[in-house]
Structures are given as structure tokens and as C-alpha cells.
Ligand binder design. Structure first.
Ligand SMILES: [Zn+2]
Length: 178
């Protein structure tokens, strides 16, 4: 990531308000034209780096995977990004968060009732392994016989179910007027 400053945000809270507005604006355009922003923040919410990516049909989700040489930039940090689709955490989001032992992973979504900030952090200071995460996806029946995850089969409360299995602590905040 080369872009280090942005006129509209220096802190996590400013970045996420910006993402909320971006999601709202993008709700009127096709998914193929949407952009995903990602920011890396210190524990006290100060911006290190940010980036923006265009939709890539070859990659499910826009922001991940993180290039190998960038992994250490993300390790242990607070990472936030927007999902223009309105989906919460993807399988890849959760696996990457655990693998890089990020303090928090956050997603900003938007719908007609306003803006939502979603956050996961380690349960009792521990991150799950990829196998732990896969096992819970299998239990929910959203992995087919070939081991492929079927996002459309996900129950609406899949994040709450993963949290109930202590894979992470999940928090959701709603801002009707952002
Ligand atoms: Zn994501």
C-alpha cells in the first residue's frame, strides 16, 4: 500500500463514516462497478495505510487475498473495510483475520435503515485455526461434497452461530443517521 494519507480520514471512526457514505452511493450502481476500501489501524484507531480496489470477477470478494509481501502490514492490527454487497464477514475474511492474528476485523455495510458496523475479535485472546472455522462451516451444511463453500446456503445468523461456538466475539452497531 502506498497511499498513507486521505483528506477525509485519519482515525477509524472517520474512515468508517466515509465507508458508510461510499456504500450508500454504491447501492445505486451494479456490483461490477463497486469499490472496496480497506484501512489498517493501530490499537488506538490511528490510520497506518489504506487502499481501494475495484471489483475483480476472478476473486470472490474484492479486498482479499492479501498479497504475501503485505501480510506483515496487517498482522496484529485493526483492519476495517466495506462490503458493497451488504454481506457480513466472508469465509476468507475470517480465515485471514485468524491467520494474521488481527486485533479486530471490521466490516461496514449499509441498507435502507442505515449503516452497520460489524466487528470480530478473539475470544479469550485466542484465534481459531482454519480447521476450527471449516468444521463450523461444515456443521452448518454450507460446504458441498467437493469442499466448496456455498455462500447462498449460509443461514442468516451464521455469524451469531460462529460466535456461539466461541470462534470469536462479535459486535454489531447500527447508525441510522450516519
Ligand atoms: Zn471482506
Amino acid at each position: 500500500m502506498s497511499q498513507k494519507v486521505h483528506p477525509e480520514f485519519t482515525y477509524l471512526s472517520e474512515f468508517e463514516k466515509f465507508l458508510c457514505r461510499i456504500n450508500q452511493e454504491q447501492s445505486f450502481i451494479p456490483a461490477s462497478m463497486c469499490k472496496e476500501y480497506i484501512g489498517i489501524f493501530s490499537e488506538d484507531g490511528k490510520l497506518f495505510e489504506w487502499d481501494v480496489k475495484e471489483f475483480d470477477p476472478h476473486i470472490l470478494g474484492i479486498t482479499y487475498p492479501i498479497p504475501h509481501e503485505k501480510e506483515n502490514d496487517y498482522r496484529g492490527k485493526i483492519v476495517s473495510h466495506n462490503h458493497p454487497s451488504g454481506e457480513r464477514f466472508t469465509f476468507r475474511d475470517i480465515v485471514t483475520w485468524a491467520y494474521l492474528e488481527q486485533a479486530k476485523l471490521r466490516v461496514v455495510t449499509w441498507n435502507n435503515s442505515g449503516c452497520y458496523f460489524h466487528s470480530i475479535k478473539p475470544y479469550k485472546g485466542k484465534w481459531p485455526t482454519k480447521e476450527d472455522i471449516l468444521r463450523e462451516y461444515e456443521k452448518m451444511g454450507i460446504i458441498d461434497n467437493e469442499g466448496i463453500i456455498r455462500p447462498l446456503l449460509k443461514p442468516d445468523d451464521y455469524i451469531e452461530r460462529l460466535a456461539a461456538q466461541e470462534l470469536f466475539v462479535y459486535k454489531k452497531e447500527h447508525f441510522p443517521d450516519l
